[in-house]
Design a protein around this ligand. Structure first.
Ligand code: GBH
Length: 473
């Protein structure tokens, strides 16, 4: 039971799962070692103009060679859990056929190291690195990719199922579908609204079929999940036009995943709003039963809120919205949310996280939740010895943990929280220019140095309490 220990501190349950997260392409490097083949992110990042300053994940934080040191860092911080992803092309290079045992061995060693350190592994099967061969065969808009993913899931489960207790199928399918095939800002960089919607469905199907495959292989105690980047949507005003705009964005960001996953149907309004783009004939009747498999928890990634308005020429142009990422929403805008911003230019507002958690409490009352990502990039200033004082990051994390605590007190069933990210890393289209880590990386020397925020987080984990911020008026 959640309590305020004193009026000045907030106590979390003793079994709360405190962790940090990473993803394979963002940290591993060793892009051509051990028989690994290119993923769509290798191809994309090697294409001039796609990633800021031409950065690639070829070396990244070289975690592939530094994983023992990185697990030791996690142990120093007292992490209870570590969320990482498996690189599909490292363990099944063509996306089909037998496993590459050398690739699986890397994850066997990593997991063994974690278990020895008393850290619970939370394994994500897909954090955006589709084998390039599967993209060449059609990628996520192709139905077959869902079957390929289920086979890959079974292959990883057979190798690691005896020692990984927590599994996530997909990380943020919204990004894979709508940034990968809609706005083209993420790999594979395609821009077609109908393909983006097809991709979303096939990602849902991939999740469902992989969940069936995992249940068949894993021990009955395994906990299965999917991670969504749900949008904390709010209408800019209560005008009917703004409310309508918010409904449409909610459909494309949230209900396109939540409804098939938990109610075995796509929302009628979404189908209607997008009927001029696609007839949705790629949804076959049995798909919905496959998609709606039971999961043991839902992972939520949250960074900032999403204000939505009907397009209005008197307002500044859309703020965070990626053109093309929202099929059929050309007359909708994202008015800037006032207040502080991170180095990503994302607004800071922990109220959105609280709002989202209460919505899930109301709509999916029996479902345990885990915050699988939350964190912020800031312009870190690194001293010559590697030290980084990052009070803004601490303030961001503090505010969001308070929001989680408040949501729990209000009845949301949140079981854990993972900071994005353990390490500074390859921030996708931004390359290495944005730093989200608790631990600073000197990319020239690969030296790791915990930032002030890492020490602060370690203390929270150690005490299980958060000192409430002084009210500064
Ligand atoms: C996560 O994505 C990723 O899982 C992680 O790998 C990444 O490093 C981390 O966050 C930090 O970026 O402008 O229309 O796209 C978060 C992706 C960012 C997607 C904000 C939605 C706003 C809407 N989200 N974005 S839009």
């Amino acid at each position: 039971v959640l309590t305020g220990a004193t009026s000045a501190t907030l106590r979390f349950p003793a079994d709360f799962l405190w962790g940090a997260a990473t993803a394979a392409y963002q940290i591993e490097g060793a892009a051509t070692e051990g028989g690994r083949t290119p993923s769509i992110w290798d191809t994309f990042s090697r294409t001039p103009g796609r990633v800021r300053t031409g950065d690639t994940g070829d070396i990244a934080t070289d975690h592939y060679h530094h994983f023992r040191e990185d697990v030791a860092l996690m142990a120093d911080l007292g992490l209870k859990a570590y969320r990482f992803s498996v690189s599909w092309p490292r363990v099944q290079p063509t996306g089909r056929g037998p496993a590459l045992e050398r690739g699986l061995d890397f994850y066997r060693r990593l997991v063994d190291e974690l278990l020895t350190a008393g850290i619970t592994p939370l394994l994500t099967l897909y954090h955006w690195d589709l084998p390039q061969e599967l993209e060449d065969a059609g990628g996520w808009p192709a139905r077959d990719t869902a079957s390929r993913f289920a086979d890959y899931a079974a292959l990883v489960a057979r190798a690691l199922g005896d020692r990984v207790p927590m599994w996530t199928t997909l990380n943020e399918p919204w990004c894979s579908a709508f940034l990968g095939y809609g706005s083209g800002v993420h790999a594979p960089g395609r821009t077609n609204a109908a393909d983006a919607l097809r991709a979303a469905h096939h990602l849902n199907l991939a999740h469902g079929r992989a969940t069936i495959a995992l249940r068949a292989v894993l021990p009955s105690t395994a906990q299965l999940s999917i991670t969504l980047n749900l949008a904390a949507v709010s209408a800019h005003t209560t005008s009917p036009e703004d409310l309508e705009a918010a409904r449409r964005i909610d459909g494309l960001a949230n209900r396109i995943f939540l409804n098939p996953l938990f109610h075995r149907q796509y929302p009628d309004d979404l189908l209607k709003d997008t009927a001029h783009i696609t007839d949705w004939s790629f949804v076959h009747e049995p798909d919905l039963a496959d998609i709606g498999q039971r999961v043991d928890f839902l992972g939520i990634n949250y960074y900032s809120p999403t204000a939505v308005a009907a397009a209005d020429s008197s307002r500044p142009s859309p703020d965070t919205a990626q053109p093309g990422a929202w099929p059929g929403c050309d007359n909708i805008s994202f008015p800037p949310v006032p207040g502080q911003r991170t180095a990503m230019d994302w607004p800071v507002d922990s109220g959105g996280l609280h709002q989202l958690l209460l919505r899930l409490r109301d709509e999916l009352p029996a479902l345990p939740l885990i915050i699988t990502e939350n964190g912020a990039a800031y312009e870190d200033h690194c001293e010559p010895n590697g030290t980084v004082h990052d009070p803004e990051r601490i303030a961001y994390l503090q505010a969001h943990l308070e929001a989680v605590h408040r949501a729990c007190a209000d009845g949301a069933d949140v079981r854990g929280y993972f900071v994005w990210s353990l390490l500074d890393n390859f921030e996708w289209a931004h390359g290495y220019s944005k730093r989200f880590g608790l631990v600073h990386i000197d990319f020239a020397s690969q030296r790791r140095t915990p930032k002030d925020s890492a020490r602060w987080y370690a203390n929270i984990i150690h005490t299980g309490t958060l000192a409430r911020r002084r009210c500064t008026g």
